[in-house]
Design a protein around this ligand. Structure first.
Ligand SMILES: [Zn+2]
Length: 235
């Protein structure tokens, strides 16, 4: 009986359309997963670059202090050479004071150099962790890509299969019902159909009339008057 086929067909079509929606959602989730993993790799790359940059700057700072120390030491040697050439005691004393002051300054520089070298070591110590983080992030991205590729192939062939079944099921509909069905699916997709829940539309919960239930029982295509979804009776 053609009419009874119609009622069953809407139920089957709804199931297939939902299946397709679910498969497409899963397909779309793949690139999002890869994009999220790519972001993690980029963040890890940025952190490693920042750590390396910090190491470079700490080294430059230490080198500068060492240069300052060298020139300060050279200046002291210079001043010491001048001590013998002093003509007066006063001149001699002034030079001695100057040398003492410069030696104090070099002591401060030496402390600063130690601190600067410690900073180089400390920042260098952060490199392995940042390196490891990047390696882990890259592996995660590669794994996600491989997984998504494999799933995409499986999902795509599943979509093709359901689409073929769907086409066959759509052919089961009488022509006039098929037009109504196509219009509804075009605007609402899988959400264009709903099961009758007691005496209500399962899509919008609006009550449906007894007459509509009777028509459904006869296998006719009935649309909810409130939301336009095509209805079918629960099995
Ligand atoms: Zn409704």
């Amino acid at each position: 009986m053609a009419l009874a086929v119609t009622a069953d067909a809407i139920r089957t079509l709804h199931r297939m359309q939902r299946q397709l929606t679910d498969l497409r959602d899963q397909l779309e989730a793949g690139p999002r997963r890869v994009a999220a993993r790519t972001k993690l790799v980029e963040a890890a790359e940025a952190r490693l670059a920042a750590v390396n940059d910090e190491v470079r700057r700490a080294k430059i700072a230490a080198d500068q202090k060492q240069l300052q120390l060298k020139s300060a030491e050279a200046k002291i040697i210079d001043l010491e050479a001048k001590l013998n050439a002093c003509k007066t005691n006063r001149e001699y004393q002034t030079l001695r004071d100057q040398i003492a002051a410069d030696r104090m300054a070099t002591k401060v520089l030496e402390d600063e150099i130690l601190e600067a070298l410690e900073r180089v070591d400390a920042t260098r110590g952060q490199v392995p962790a940042a390196d490891a983080e990047l390696t882990t992030a890259r592996r995660g991205l590669a794994d996600a890509k491989a997984d998504v590729d494999a799933k995409t192939a499986a999902l795509t062939s599943e979509v093709e299969r359901v689409n073929r079944d769907l086409e066959a099921a759509e052919h089961e509909l009488p022509e006039d019902s098929r037009d109504v069905y196509r219009r509804v699916v075009k605007s609402k997709g899988a959400d264009g159909m709903a099961v009758v829940d007691g005496q209500s539309c399962g899509g919008c919960s609006q009550q449906i009339t007894g007459n509509m239930v009777a028509e459904l029982s006869m296998g006719r295509v009935v649309a909810c008057r409130s939301c336009g979804r095509l209805l079918y009776l629960a099995k």
